[in-house]
Structures are given as structure tokens and as C-alpha cells.
Design a protein around this ligand. Structure first.
Ligand SMILES: Cc1ncc(COP(=O)(O)O)c(C=O)c1O
Length: 647
């Protein structure tokens, strides 16, 4: 009989009390010794650069003493770091790392491969490609058609997603210019189903060719003329070569049609990196347009349709739409399936289209919950039986399954993948997309004839340069030990959700009198948000001030010793959260929507606990960190009010 992942879970982590210390120590020593043997057996005829007699020299001994002493200092300092491993840490989206990822990272770090090019990472570039394929399979992409790689994190992965999306959107414009220059007849399909020669199309239609048809067009262009000619002609007409300033001027001149600036539609909950990215790409943060939310903090598909149709009617290009799977603040999962339906309708009824990206940096690994060991999908009912709770809903499963239909998805192993920083990932559904941003440096180009090395030369297609092979090995080994399905990550995430549900229910029903807690909805994954209040707090500002002080007492910002439990907080602001926060404001019965809006940047302070601890749902025999937390919260509230929150 196959073992239950319940037992394996106890072997996945070092443990809050370092219960698996012997295991990790054995593996660290094994990896180190093995590396030492490698060095000793590599051209043993080379002799020694450091002799035993050198080690008796004063300068040598002095240096060893300094190293040892400074290390002791660093180790002492690190005790002030954040105890992510503890059930007492209920703060940001980071928890323990798997032993597999720790040892994978450590072992590979000794070799220090650089995954920018196969030449300097023959092993770990292969592992990175495997990891990308595993993640692709998990979210529902066909690994033989998709492409992806690891990044230093979600921000860079998202950056690449928008960079790729914009490159696809503008390609038909460049292709039209190139085709005219080379005298080519290039037919292209339009969203309505008709076909036209690319040189005859107006700018609006060029900017509304579907991703798939754009990539077909790209293939046809290269087949239609000699390579160097296409290369030169594309450079004469591409945004990447010419740059926004000159490009806009030229398009207005060539097409006599200065379309409004292209926008990026993002869920109002979108991570702040999107604003940063729009600025860095020269799109401009004013072009980042928020799509309103429903009361569950998910993108509202009806509001999306309204916005898209208004934009299309004004002939305002949409460079991309960013939906979120696992929002930073609430872990909300957008109804991606409905977002995709909005795009289909846009193509059918309005002849317009846009790239759909899912920012699943946080929630992407939750797709493992939907996978059986053989790769087929579990039903929502099957998962609910396993979690022993009313989670997930059928809609949640449909939304997560829709990840496979998004044009690009970002998923961060260093979040719900429980691996060390730095490990983000970007996946694109159609692997051809990567060629649109390729750059070849002379000193790293693969040798003639090594086509597969060329494909594996990551530096050609990505934003970053040097990148740690150790990070790829860490993720790879973790996926080997903890598979991306119900036996591995699926089970791990189920346990954290079960913990979050227990935590949410306990807070919602806790008797904290005279304090009261107003809960945000039951989370889609495992981030629980709540607001505290007290009868003496008569204004929204007073409630905010009170919650801010409770947060300070329960965070590392506290300067009188370590907090019993660690939480974090966020501020829900207008206009991003318009409508979504109404039930919370009503529950508080303090202030009004108008007061909240007038508060501007102050917003509504919301306490936030990310539950990464897989043992929280069934703590026995470990300490019960739900009961413990409630006691600590009660004490923090009393202390804060005792110190006089401004009422
Ligand atoms: C939804 C989402 N996207 C992107 C990011 C950015 O990720 P990183 O901090 O790894 O750059 C985060 C980080 O919290 C996030 O929650």
C-alpha cells in the first residue's frame, strides 16, 4: 500500500525545533565530502597549492582566527533574524524551506554553476529546463509547446511577462513595416476570423492580432525571405530597436492615426511590482488601469467587460491584462476562466484582443492540489474530502484549471514552493514567444551546430544575466522529493489551507470582549485578514491607529523584546478597493465609505496572517498555535488600549 503523505510531511522540513537536525547534518556532510572528493580526483597530478606547512604560518592562522571570530559574530547577529520556521510566525508569505531545497542549494553552491549559459552550467541548466517543464505541467501547459525559466523572483518574472506581452502585441506592426520593405505578401488572421494582407491593415487592427496568429506570422515572415534581410527589416521597424519616443512619432506619421497610449489592465489587488514594471518598460504607470474587485477581492469579470468594451470603442490598445492567482494581501484567486471568456467575447464582438497573464507568483503552487499522481485532475469534491473542509469550491478548481489557458503565468518557488530565495519563474504557453526578445552576445553564443545548446542558452532569451544554478538545483530536488501533485505539494498546501481555515474560524468566533474582530472573507488559499475594534474607538482613524499599534506589538518592529506571535498588516485604499471593503466597513460600524475614501493613503488598516505552517490544522502533540495566538492577540489589544489609542 502506498504511504500517506501525512507521514512524509514530517521528513520534508528541518522542523520548528530542528527535529530533523541529524538528517540535514548527514546530508550536508555527505554533499561536502562528495565535493571534496571531486576536487581531489580532478587532475590529481596538479599537486597542492596550499601545503600543510603553509597552514602553520602566522598569517594563515591569523586569517583563520579572523574568519572563525567573524563567523561567530554573524551567527550571533542572525539570531535577530526572522523565525520563519516557527508556528509563531504568521506574517509575510514565507515559511520553512524544504530540506531537499536546502541541501540541493548547499550542494550545488559548492560548484557555483551560472545558468546564463550551458557552457558554465552543463548540469543545472538542464535541471532548470526540467523545473520549467514540471511547473508547466502542473499549471496545465503542454511542456512540449511551452517555455519557461527561473528568475530571481516574482518581480523579474512579471517584468519579463509584460516585456514578452508587449513584444507580441507590437510584432505585427514591425512585420507590416518589414513586409513592405521586403516586398512580401504576408496574410494574417484577424480576431473576427477574416484574413488580410498585413501591409493593408490599419494600426488598430495590427495591434489586435491574437497571440497565436502573431506567432504564426512571425514564423511565416522568417520563411518568406533570407534571414539577414528579415533581421535587418525587423530592426528597422521594431519597437525594441527604435524605442517608444521615436516609435510613437513614426506610427502617427506612417498611419496618420495616433492611437491612445496602450494600457495594461490589472486586478485592483495586483502587486505593486506592476507599477514599477510599467515605469521601467516606458509604458508609464498612468497606463496601468485597475479592474474593480468583487467582495471576495477577486477581479470582477463584469467590470472587466465594461472596461474592455469602453477601451475598444475608443480604439485604445490593451497591451495586456493581469489577473491574479493568490493576491499578495488576501490570497484571493481571480476567476481566470471568466476573464478568458471576456477575452473571447472581445475578439468575437469587438474585433480586439489582449494578452492574458496570470500573476500566480503566490498561488501558482496551489495548482498541485488539483493534480493526481498520474497527472489527471482531481475533482473539487475529491479535494474537499481530503482537506475535510468546505474548500475548495467548484469555481476555485475551474479558475485554477484555467491557468493552462493563460498566455503567460508567473509562479514563485520561493513563496508557496518553500525553497530558499532567489527563485521565481515565468512560463509562456507558446514557447515561440521567447524568440521575440532574443539577444545574442558574441562571447556566449553557442558553437555552430550545437542547436540544442542554443535552445538551452538561457541568457539569450531572458532579462537577467548571471544566475545561480544552485537555485535551479534547489527547486529541482524539492520537486523530486515532494511531487507537484496530491502526494507532495498538493498535500502540503492542503494542510496550510486547513490551518488557515481553522485560524479564520477561531478568530471569527473568538470571545475577545471587550474587543471585537471583523473578518475578511474566508481566504481562497491561506492568508487570513482581520480588523480589530473596541467600543471606545469612534472613528476610522482611531480604528486604524489601534490596529497599527496591535501590529507593532505583534511584529519585529516591537523594540521591547521579541513578540509572542508575529503578524503583518496592510492598508486597503481607495480607489483600488472601492466596493470590496464595504462589508468590512459595515461590520466595523465605525465611519463610512466616504470617510474611508477621504482618508486617502491612510486607507483601512487590516491585520494579515499568512499561514505557511502545515502543522497548524492538527497541532497535537505540538503546541496549539491557534489557541496561543488568540491569547497573545487579547493581551496585545489590552496593552495597546491600556496605553491609550487615540479615540
Ligand atoms: C502576487 C505577487 N506577485 C509578485 C510578487 C513579487 O514577488 P518578489 O517579491 O519575489 O519579487 C509578489 C510578492 O509578494 C506577489 O505577492
Amino acid at each position: 500500500m502506498p504511504s500517506h503523505p501525512r507521514d512524509a510531511l514530517r521528513a520534508w522540513f528541518l522542523g520548528p525545533r530542528a527535529e530533523n537536525a541529524e538528517l540535514l547534518e548527514r546530508l550536508v556532510v555527505e554533499a561536502l565530502r562528495d565535493h571534496v572528493f571531486w576536487r581531489r580526483n580532478y587532475h590529481p597530478e596538479d599537486g597542492l597549492a596550499i601545503r600543510e606547512t603553509d597552514k602553520r604560518q602566522e598569517g594563515y592562522e591569523e586569517n583563520v582566527a579572523t574568519l572563525t571570530q567573524e563567523l561567530m559574530g554573524l551567527l550571533a547577529e542572525l539570531k535577530r533574524d526572522v523565525p520563519f520556521f516557527s508556528g509563531r510566525y504568521k506574517g509575510h508569505m514565507v515559511g520553512e524551506q524544504t530540506i531537499a531545497s536546502q541541501i540541493g542549494y548547499f550542494a550545488t553552491m559548492l560548484y557555483n554553476p551560472n545558468n546564463i549559459a550551458v557552457e558554465i552550467s552543463p548540469v543545472t541548466t538542464r535541471l532548470e529546463r526540467e523545473v520549467a517543464e514540471q511547473l508547466a505541467r502542473m499549471i496545465g501547459y503542454d511542456p512540449s509547446r511551452s517555455w519557461g525559466h527561473l528568475t530571481s523572483g516574482g518581480t523579474v518574472a512579471n517584468f519579463e511577462a509584460l516585456w514578452l506581452a508587449r513584444s507580441v502585441r507590437y510584432l505585427p506592426v514591425a512585420a507590416a513595416g518589414a513586409a513592405a520593405e521586403l516586398g512580401l505578401e504576408l496574410p494574417v488572421r484577424l480576431p473576427g476570423g477574416t484574413s488580410a494582407s498585413i501591409v493593408d491593415l490599419p494600426l488598430w487592427e495590427l495591434l489586435n492580432v491574437t497571440n497565436h496568429d502573431t506567432l504564426d506570422l512571425w514564423d511565416r515572415l522568417w520563411q518568406s525571405a533570407p534571414r539577414p534581410d528579415v533581421q535587418r527589416a525587423l530592426a528597422n521597424h521594431s519597437l525594441a530597436a527604435i524605442g517608444y519616443q521615436e516609435y510613437s512619432r513614426r506610427l502617427a506619421l506612417d498611419y496618420g492615426d495616433p492611437l491612445p497610449a496602450g494600457v495594461v489592465l490589472v486586478a485592483a489587488t495586483a502587486h505593486y511590482s506592476w507599477e514599477k514594471i510599467a515605469r521601467a518598460l516606458g509604458i508609464g504607470s498612468n497606463q496601468v488601469v485597475h479592474v474593480p474587485l468583487d467582495h471576495h477581492y477577486r477581479m470582477d469579470p463584469d467590470a472587466l467587460w465594461e472596461q474592455v468594451s469602453a477601451l475598444a470603442r475608443r480604439r485604445n490598445p490593451i497591451l495586456a491584462l493581469v489577473s491574479v492567482c493568490g493576491t499578495t494581501e488576501e490570497s484571493a484567486v481571480d476567476r481566470l476562466d471568466q476573464v478568458l471568456q471576456v477575452r473571447s467575447r472581445t475578439e468575437r464582438e469587438l474585433g480586439a484582443t489582449f494578452h492574458i497573464h496570470s500573476d500566480a507568483c503566490y498561488g501558482g503552487y496551489a495548482a498541485a492540489v488539483t493534480r493526481r499522481a498520474d497527472g489527471t485532475r482531481r475533482t473539487a469534491a475529491e479535494i474537499r474530502r481530503s482537506v475535510e473542509a468546505d474548500w475548495p469550491s467548484d469555481d476555485w478548481v475551474t479558475a485554477v484549471e484555467a491557468l493552462g489557458e493563460a498566455d503567460s503565468v508567473t509562479v514563485d518557488p520561493h513563496k508557496l514552493g518553500y525553497v530558499p530565495y532567489a527563485a521565481g519563474a515565468i512560463l509562456v504557453r507558446d514557447g515561440r514567444t521567447r524568440h521575440l526578445v532574443a539577444t545574442d552576445p558574441p562571447y556566449l553564443s553557442p558553437t555552430e551546430g550545437s542547436a540544442s545548446d542554443g535552445e538551452r542558452f538561457l541568457g539569450r532569451y531572458i532579462l537577467e544575466g548571471s544566475k545561480p544554478g544552485a537555485a535551479a538545483a534547489a527547486v529541482w530536488l524539492s520537486h523530486k522529493v515532494i511531487p507537484l501533485d496530491e502526494r507532495g505539494y498538493g498535500y502540503l498546501i492542503e494542510r496550510t489551507v486547513a490551518g488557515a481555515l481553522r485560524f479564520h474560524a477561531a478568530l471569527a468566533t473568538a470571545d475577545l470582549s471587550p474587543f471585537r474582530v471583523v473578518m475578511l472573507p474566508v481566504p481562497d488559499i491561506n492568508i487570513v485578514c482581520y480588523v480589530l475594534c473596541h467600543p471606545s474607538l469612534a472613528t476610522l482613524r482611531a480604528v486604524n491607529d489601534f490596529n497599527e499599534r496591535v501590529y507593532t506589538r505583534m511584529s519585529l518592529a516591537r523594540n521591547d523584546g521579541s513578540p509572542e506571535y508575529i503578524i503583518t498588516r496592510t492598508r486597503l485604499r481607495s480607489p483600488a478597493y472601492d466596493g470590496a471593503v464595504d462589508p468590512i466597513l459595515a461590520g466595523l460600524a465605525v465611519g463610512s465609505v466616504e470617510e474611508w475614501k477621504a482618508g486617502g493613503a491612510e486607507g483601512l488598516v487590516v491585520l494579515r496572517s499568512t499561514i505557511m505552517d502545515p502543522f497548524l490544522a492538527a497541532p497535537s502533540p505540538a503546541p496549539d498555535h491557534v489557541r496561543g495566538f488568540l491569547g497573545a492577540l487579547r493581551r496585545a489589544c489590552a496593552e495597546v488600549l491600556g496605553k491609550g489609542a487615540s479615540a
